[in-house]
Design a protein around this ligand. Structure first.
Ligand code: C2O
Ligand code: CU
Ligand code: CU
Length: 473
């Protein structure tokens, strides 16, 4: 073949995403209110286009065209006027991890019809500062609406932040994308339904391997979000040092240095990264055995997600990271224990027929033997009751387990008789329950109403691995 077309991708080739562009900061949603202590804005879920690869416009769904970050303060009241401009589909906004009233939390039972509007109103209590996010939660459509693009960051800032402002505060929203040669997003395959949809490209704030310029000796505060449907991210920072300062529900008690960390779908971590060596420092992935079913396990190791270019010149010394950040109280002795058993049922697959068209395929992901039913209450609890939840994963793959409406504390992980307590106390709303493992958590719900709990591999949530607990006043 000739040389004439060499700069154009071959017909049918997989799109190439540009790498190394300067890291983009996510846009902020501006506050329309001038009343102190009130955050008020409009959000619309709507179709749009994003140019991920040269010359290709990918149809997506976005909030306000850009998925802006909402940033508010502890103690604020929040009023979001929401409009569903998605043609032909209901949606909701779920405020992931936030202590909002049950009827404001975007449950599948409270859909906003296509063309419809509603007000989401809630307060941000003292002590609620953390890295939250928001995404749709309509019955049977959550996974697809999220992979098509709908998700945003909700930062709640504390009254007194112990982290030096010199470290900045950078959100790194990790998503993953699969696009076909024509720029569209292919529908889920059978493997996607079983394992969750894992994209071909991991993006940081919508970009592939963006570049960040830092000075030698600089410390940066980075908030990492796993906003993918199903990708397990085992992360390390090559040539830089990572210190964990916060989890899903905000700061931990004291900084903890780590070499690597596992961030499963919906989890967040706040890090201080110290760039003490010149050259390139790269955020990369390591392999993780999450129990992939069938062929086609994507390459999860050796990806570079972000490259920090560290200058040769030493910057003036930064203020030190405080030795203590805040205290996290114990929730006290649980009044009751609940047990949740996670299983998979793959009826119709024993003959190896995995084709979607075979019609007899019955794949379900279950909690206590049941598949999600919007019209059923699975558990009943009381406001203010401290509970121990024992989540036993009897399935062949890991399931990141999430509870709405509150934050919990992990007590221990147990696998094959070996019990391990977490290395530090932390507020969490999502915890990975590895295959064969039992995880014990303690929690309390302070607001009445129905709350969901589910696997945050969104395809599993959609295939039934979700339940409803009704919290009674
Ligand atoms: Cu982010 Cu019901 O979840
Ligand atoms: Cu949630
Ligand atoms: Cu799952």
């Amino acid at each position: 073949s000739g040389h004439g077309n060499q700069t154009l991708p071959a017909a049918g080739a997989n799109p190439v995403l540009p790498e190394g562009l300067p890291l983009r900061e996510l846009p902020r949603l501006s506050n329309q209110s001038s009343v102190p202590g009130l955050f008020k804005a409009k959000l619309a879920a709507e179709p749009g286009f994003v140019r991920f690869a040269d010359g290709l416009d990918t149809p997506v769904l976005l909030y306000n065209g850009t998925n802006p970050v909402i940033e508010a303060n502890e103690g604020d009241k929040v009023e979001i006027n929401f409009e569903n401009r998605i043609p032909g589909e209901p949606t909701t906004i779920h405020w992931h991890g936030m202590p909002v009233p049950a009827d404001q939390d975007g449950n599948p039972m409270d859909p906003v019809a296509s063309g419809g509007e509603r007000l989401y109103a809630f307060g941000l209590p003292e002590g609620s500062a953390a890295s939250y996010w928001f995404h749709p939660h309509p019955h049977g459509l959550t996974a697809e609406q999220v992979y098509r693009g709908l998700a945003g960051i909700f930062l709640v800032k504390p009254k007194n932040d112990p982290i030096p402002p010199e470290y900045g505060d950078t959100v790194l929203m990790l998503t993953d994308l699969r696009i076909a040669p024509d720029g569209t997003m292919p529908e889920n395959t059978m493997a996607d339904l079983m394992n969750g949809r894992v994209g071909d490209h991991v993006l940081v704030n919508g970009q592939k391997n963006p570049a960040m310029a830092v000075a030698l000796g600089e410390k940066r505060r980075l908030r990492l979000y796993n906003a993918t449907n199903a990708r397990f991210l085992r992360l390390r920072f090559e040539n830089a040092d990572m210190t964990v300062i916060g989890t899903d529900g905000g700061l931990i008690e004291a900084p903890v240095a780590v070499n690597e960390l596992l961030l499963t779908p919906a989890e967040r971590v706040e890090l201080i990264v110290s760039f003490d060596k010149p050259g390139e420092a790269r955020l990369t992935t390591l392999d993780y055995e999450r129990g992939w079913m069938g062929p086609g396990k994507p390459n999860e190791a050796g990806l570079t997600l972000l490259t920090a270019n560290v200058s040769d010149e030493m910057m003036a010394a930064m203020p030190p990271l405080p030795a203590t950040l805040r205290s996290i109280e114990s929730l006290g002795a649980p009044a009751i224990t609940r047990r949740f058993v996670l299983t998979e049922s793959m009826g119709g697959m024993d003959d190896g027929s995995m084709s979607m068209s075979s019609g007899n395929m019955e794949m379900k992901f279950l909690i206590n033997g049941a598949s999600f039913d919007m019209n059923r209450i699975d558990e009943v609890s009381k406001v203010g009751q401290v509970e121990l939840w024992e989540i036993a994963n009897e399935a062949d793959m890991d399931h990141p387990f999430h509870v709405h409406g509150t934050q919990f504390q992990i007590i221990e992980h147990e696998k094959e008789g070996t019990v391990s307590a977490p290395p530090y106390r932390a507020w969490k709303d999502t915890v990975n329950v590895a295959a064969g493992e039992t995880v014990r958590i303690v929690l309390r719900q302070d607001l009445p109403g129905p709350r969901m709990y589910h696997c945050h591999i969104l395809e599993h949530e959609q295939l039934g691995m979700m339940g409803t607990i009704d919290i009674q006043a």
